[in-house]
Structures are given as C-alpha cells and as structure tokens.
Ligand binder design. Sequence first.
Ligand SMILES: Cc1ncc(C[n+]2csc(CCOP(=O)(O)OP(=O)(O)O)c2C)c(N)n1
Ligand code: SF4
Length: 292
Amino acid sequence: MTTATATLAPKAFKSELKPIWCPGCGDFGVVQALYRALSAIGRPAHEIAFISGIGCSSRIPGYTTAYGFNSVHGRALPIAQGLKMARPELLVLAAGGDGDGFSIGGGHLPHAVRRNQNITYIVMDNQIYGLTKGQLSPTSPKGLKTVTSVDGSLENPVNPLMYVLTYGAPFVAQGTPADLPGLVEIIEAAIRYPGFAFVNVQSPCVTFGEPEQQIKTQKATMESLEGMGHDPGNLIEALDLSRAYGTTLHTGLFYRSPEPPPTFDSLVHERQQRMMADALPRERILEQFIQR
Ligand SMILES: Cc1ncc(C[n+]2csc(CCOP(=O)(O)OP(=O)(O)O)c2C)c(N)n1
Ligand code: SF4
C-alpha cells in the first residue's frame, strides 16, 4: 500500500546525521534538492528505500530519513534492483559517484537500463575520486593531472549521457546544484517517471575538482535544454546534444520517452499471474504424471 501526503515538508526528509562533506561540496546541493523533490512527491520516508555504493556522494542516504543502505563500491544498482523486485511498492532510489557508477559499477548500468525497473538513479558526477583523495575517474577530462596521472590523463572520458541513451534509458536528465530549482524539478520528474530514470548531476568536488567544474563557473556557462527549445521526446536530438558532455554543461531533460515502455517488475508480475491462471489443480498434475 502506498500513501501520498501533501503535507510533508522538505525537512521531514532530513536526518539527524550531520553531513561530513567538505564545506562547499556540490553534494550538499544535491541532498537539498532531493529533500524538496521528495516533499513534492509526498510519500512518507518509511515508503522510500535509498541505496548507494561507496564514495563521498554515496553517503547521501544517511542524510535522509528514508530507509538507506550505504552498500559496496559499485553495487548500488544490483541491490536497488533486487529490492525493487522484492518490494515493488517501495519508492526505490539509487545514488553514487561517477567512479562508483561508471567504473567499478559500469558493468551493471546497461543491464539496469535494459531491465527498466521503476528506479531513479542519481549520479553525482564530479569527474574525480573524492573519497580516496583525488584519483582519476572514468569521467575525468583527458589531460587532467591527478595523483594517478601526474603528467595528465591519456584516456578519453566516458560520456554517461550518451551511454545511457544508447542503452535505451527512457528518462535521461542532467542537473547541477548551481541551478537548485532546476535540479529539484529534474529529480521530481525522474521519481515520477514510471521506469528507469537516470539523473547525472554535475556536482563539484571543491577539494580535488577542476576550477571549471565549480559552482561559480557552472552558473556562468550552463545552458538550459528547455531554453534552447529542445524537445525531450526527440531521441535523435537528445543523442546529438549528449555529444557536448565535457564541453558544454547542458541542464534539463535530454530524453523522456513519450510512451513509457513496460517495466521489468510489471512484466514479471504479469507472467506470474498468467502462470497462476494456467496452473492445473494438484490432482490433475498427479493424474497426468501417472498416465505417462
Ligand atoms: C571494491 C572496492 N574498490 C575500491 C574501493 C576504494 N574506493 C572507495 S570510494 C572510491 C571512489 C570514489 O569515487 P566516486 O565513486 O566517484 O565517488 P566520490 O567520492 O567522488 O563521490 C574508491 C576507489 C572500495 N571501497 N571498494
Ligand atoms: S572530497 Fe570532494 S566530493 Fe568528497 S566531500 Fe570533499 S568536496 Fe565533496
């Protein structure tokens, strides 16, 4: 059973745990946006399960009053999917960093997308490993100097937006704490979407991140997809725009499938119902067995 209450204030989702993120970390903005989005959704905290991996960003479930599990590095998605199968009535959120989601956990992403369970996955993409003190991450720009790339990275970054779009995700968006109202809107829309919803948040790491990824620069350079007249129902245009990842900070909805495809949970439920309806009574099964 689900309950919808319109009276839950954002602070109802704020736990007593004080965040230990560095002052100014972008993740503060993400958790604020999440409180507001959950308040707008109106489901009480005990009907929400929030699963993360390991990293600075993965601490986020602990700062909410939802049921939370700060699990294993790279494993937020498989755990969230298992939980959604077992408890389909829960609102299931998954979150983590770019290292967590696109490096060690990168193999889970295409399968989570193709299964299309009703889960919202928020990645706090700071283009660096924050928790372990500033190593190269899969989204670090080419040439970036870090403790593990002292002469500059030689690898091209992965493009998470293009990845998930080509895997077939029905909902793909990008936000930043530099535009908090926009981020609230995106997270709320992702939660409301009936399927796998991916939100990439350009969440700056103030301690190890690059100057161009900081809030001030983001504010001056970000471009709203809506302001550009992008139609989020247009997949080809979304794919084309996603190519600018790493050079232009586009905010808003890249893609929202106008006809949400069936979710894995609903297909499994349907099959179970059909099997139950087709099942023979126990005596008939025994009869058939003896006749053979
Ligand atoms: C199996 C395993 N491998 C490596 C680690 C070490 N480790 C912890 S967090 C992390 C990366 C953190 O970066 P990211 O996921 O981008 O999150 P951030 O801290 O930047 O938010 C690594 C390599 C681990 N905890 N477990
Ligand atoms: S190290 Fe970076 S990502 Fe981690 S809390 Fe500090 S600013 Fe945030």
